[in-house]
Design a protein around this ligand. Structure first.
Ligand code: AP5
Length: 214
């Protein structure tokens, strides 16, 4: 099973994708996580991506597609993949079509998490992420047991640089302008597109997703 978890920044793609990956034994391929890893490592890709991400803009399609291809041809992807935060442009969607055709892997579905912009701003302002394992928390709705410390690995939790108010607004605008239109590509090609109300308790959203995929 290969599926796309789609939605605006802060819709809960990472939160729900991690739970689904665990439940169904899939690999969650988050292009945002891969880019942040490249930034931490100080690689050529990381150096090119850092400023773009901090501004809330999109990293060039060729870099993203090369990164995704590398994962998809590795053993990591063999058990099935949840794409989180990818594709984000029409060019990325076409690139993914070609890649999946080459690998003879049909796309199972696109699942869209719907959340209003004002809820997103609250969520991203309160988000904290683990510097070591990438686990995601929220200071009000999903706090760690010990303030500022990851429950899973004990490392420090930080606020992402792109979760500053102005950058959140820019990321939302980029989503509306460049990413949301990608859904038309999937509807036109007959891929199953499911819309799920993402503005509910994490467990309730997860229950709907599990039912959809079971
Ligand atoms: P990326 O890391 O993909 O960020 P994003 O898409 O903006 O999504 P987020 O990670 O912000 O949100 P999410 O939907 O995963 O929500 P989460 O579960 O964390 O991309 C970052 C940047 O990298 C981009 O801006 C771009 O520059 C670049 N990039 C990445 N991919 C790219 C691509 N394909 N092409 C080009 N550039 C790319 O939840 C958010 C918060 O809400 C958390 O605190 C969580 O605890 C809380 N929460 C979650 N669900 C609920 C709920 N149901 N109720 C209450 N709180 C909740």
């Amino acid at each position: 099973m290969d599926l796309i978890l789609f939605g605006p920044p802060g819709a809960g793609k990472g939160t729900q994708g991690a739970l689904l990956a665990q439940r169904f034994g899939l690999h969650r391929l988050s292009t945002g996580d891969l880019l942040r890893e490249a930034v931490r490592e100080g690689s050529e890709l990381g150096r090119r991506a850092q400023g773009i991400m901090a501004a809330g803009e999109l990293v060039p399609d060729d870099l993203i597609l090369a990164m995704v291809r590398e994962v998809m041809v590795s053993d990591t992807a063999a058990q099935g993949v949840i794409f989180d935060g990818f594709p984000r442009t029409d060019a990325q969607a076409s690139g993914l079509d070609t890649l999946l055709q080459d690998l003879e892997r049909p796309l199972t579905a696109v699942i869209v998490l719907r959340v209003e912009d004002d809820v997103i701003v609250d969520r991203l302002s309160g988000r904290r992420a683990c510097t070591n394992c990438g686990a995601v928390y929220h200071v009000d709705t999903d706090p760690p047991k010990k303030d500022g410390t990851c429950d899973r690995c004990g490392a420090a939790l930080v606020q992402r640089p792109d979760d500053a108010p102005d950058t959140i607004r820019r990321r939302l605008a980029v989503y509306r302008e460049q990413t949301e239109p990608v859904l038309a590509h999937y509807r036109a090609t007959g891929t199953q597109v499911h819309e799920v109300d993402g503005d509910r308790q994490i467990d309730d959203v997860q229950a709907d997703l599990v039912e959809l995929l079971s």
